[in-house]
Design a protein around this ligand. Structure first.
Ligand code: DGL
Length: 265
């Protein structure tokens, strides 16, 4: 595998751009290809078999575009499909769950950890299992927040409706005395201000940065870091280009976005 090849990143939609942004920041010279499966979002409400099929097709598409590794920038796909993808494909593939758990474990003081995510991620218990491997006595409480993804996809990052939904989902955590809350969906970091209002004394864990560090670590370990001297190129593909995509993508990237093209999968 040529180290000058791009890094592939995929998500069900726009949420993985939080991971893309973190990777772009610490690996400015690498070429990146982002694939958002906007035609089939959300993954969080779908079955394990369906998410595995979508994830496999996304990886195949990225491999056709010569990526040297894949970052699964979606918790649902990481929970349901990471092991299967790693067994099936020979290039390195990393997910977002392990890096997020490692970051949470470094932060928690009382070992009382909350996890929020899609229904698929929460029901898979991937987070609970991963936390228990590293902190067997941890108290873990998880909750699915299915309305958060459409709020983000619609760009409704603040306002009364967003606050009301955050209140509905997060009030049960208050009596649990958690000190750390994992944002177990790559869409959720965009809702941090609304989440923060409800969980003021809790450390919020966003796995984007931890996943970017893991990507860097893995590329170094495999001696696959590119030796480019110029700023890396970024390409963004989506399987459908909904109205307003670019506007919301700009909020995600806090910046102008590269050209967006359609991927046929
Ligand atoms: N961004 C995806 C995740 O991290 C969830 C969005 C979806 O339901 O497709 O789980």
């Amino acid at each position: 595998m040529n180290p000058q090849n791009p890094i592939g990143i995929f998500d069900s939609g726009i949420g993985g751009l939080t991971v893309y942004r973190a990777i772009r920041k610490i690996l400015p010279l690498e070429d990146l290809i982002y694939l958002g499966d906007t035609a089939r979002v959300p993954y969080g409400t779908k079955s394990e078999a369906t998410v595995q099929r979508y994830a496999r097709q996304n990886v195949e598409w990225l491999i056709q575009h010569d990526v040297k590794m894949v970052v699964v920038a979606c918790n649902t796909a990481s929970a349901f499909a990471l092991n299967a993808l790693q067994a099936e494909f020979s290039i390195p593939i990393v997910g977002v769950i392990k890096p997020g758990v490692k970051a949470a474990i470094q932060k928690t003081k009382r070992e009382r950890i909350g996890v929020i995510g899609t229904a698929g991620t929460v029901h898979s218990e991937a987070y609970t299992q991963e936390i228990k491997k590293m902190l067997p006595n941890a108290y873990i409480v998880s909750r699915a927040c299915p309305l958060f993804v459409p709020l983000v996809e619609e760009g409704r990052l603040s306002g009364r409706i967003t606050d009301d939904i955050a209140k509905e989902y997060l009030s049960p955590f208050r009596k649990e005395r958690i000190d750390t809350l994992i944002l177990g969906c790559t869409h959720y970091p965009l809702l941090k201000p609304a989440i923060r209002k409800m969980m003021s004394a809790v450390t919020l864990i966003d796995s984007a940065e931890a996943t970017a560090k893991e990507t860097l670590r893995l590329l170094k370990e495999k001696r696959m870091l590119g030796s480019m001297v110029q700023k890396g190129e970024s390409r963004i593909y989506v399987t459908d280009l909904p109205n307003g995509f670019k506007k919301v993508a700009q909020i995600f990237l806090k910046n102008s976005i590269p050209e967006v093209a359609i991927a046929e999968i």
